[in-house]
Design a protein around this ligand. Structure first.
Ligand SMILES: [Zn+2]
Length: 208
């Protein structure tokens, strides 16, 4: 039996495949069909189409890493990549995906990348805190970086994010932190009034 998260992620993958491969007039109908399936129906559908969860060739995360499935990448190191979750629980919910299919998520490099991304998300999106939790699909373990703004948890409802929004979040996160400079200059400089010297100039006249 698929978990709710697995169901959600498989649907994501299917919707993506449909959007890329189906003729336009059949696309919406097919996507609607996929989205209306419950986890049991989805599992049967996968079996019928020989896309069972054990088929590692179809691993969604490996496809993201190879670039077969486009993603919103926000970071990378030797062992993993960081991408935005396209069905996020909260804004800028990200995933750290080990490059190796059976990679471990407690490796030094994975921790480094997740710490770096978590910090960026926390500062740039002003999250209250960041929660890290593992999940897996097709036996490919990933680490979720979930920003908490109110009281979201790993099982909170997911939202289908629009590409424009994801693109915008991606741009904010990959932008180098050059905002530090303007911050220093932020204090308002007092305008030197033009009148002042004129008044001062008048002063001597009044002295006698
Ligand atoms: Zn994989």
């Amino acid at each position: 039996m698929l978990t709710e998260e697995q169901t959600q992620q498989i649907k994501e993958q299917l919707v993506k495949q449909i959007s890329e491969n189906f003729p336009e007039d059949k696309r919406d109908f097919a996507i609607e069909q996929v989205n209306s399936m419950n986890s049991e129906e989805l599992e049967n559908f996968l079996k019928q189409n020989q896309m069972s969860g054990n088929n590692e060739e179809k691993c969604v995360f490996c496809s993201i890493i190879s670039g077969e499935i486009p993603s919103y990448k926000i970071g990378e190191n030797e062992k993993a990549i960081a991408v935005l979750e396209i069905n996020p629980i909260s804004q800028s919910h990200a995933l750290i995906i080990p490059k190796e299919h059976k990679g471990k998520i407690d490796e030094k490099e994975i921790k480094e990348l997740s710490a770096e991304i978590a910090k960026k998300i926390k500062t740039k999106f002003k999250a209250k805190k960041i929660e890290l939790f593992p999940s897996e699909l097709f036996n490919h373990k990933v680490l979720n970086i979930l920003p908490i703004y109110k009281d979201e948890t790993s099982s909170s409802k997911r939202k289908k994010e629009v590409p424009e929004e994801l693109k915008e979040i991606q741009e904010i996160l990959i932008e180098e932190p050059k905002e530090k400079k303007p911050k220093k200059e932020h204090k308002e400089e007092k305008k030197t009034e033009v009148k002042e010297p004129v008044e001062k100039l008048r002063l001597p006249k009044r002295i006698p």
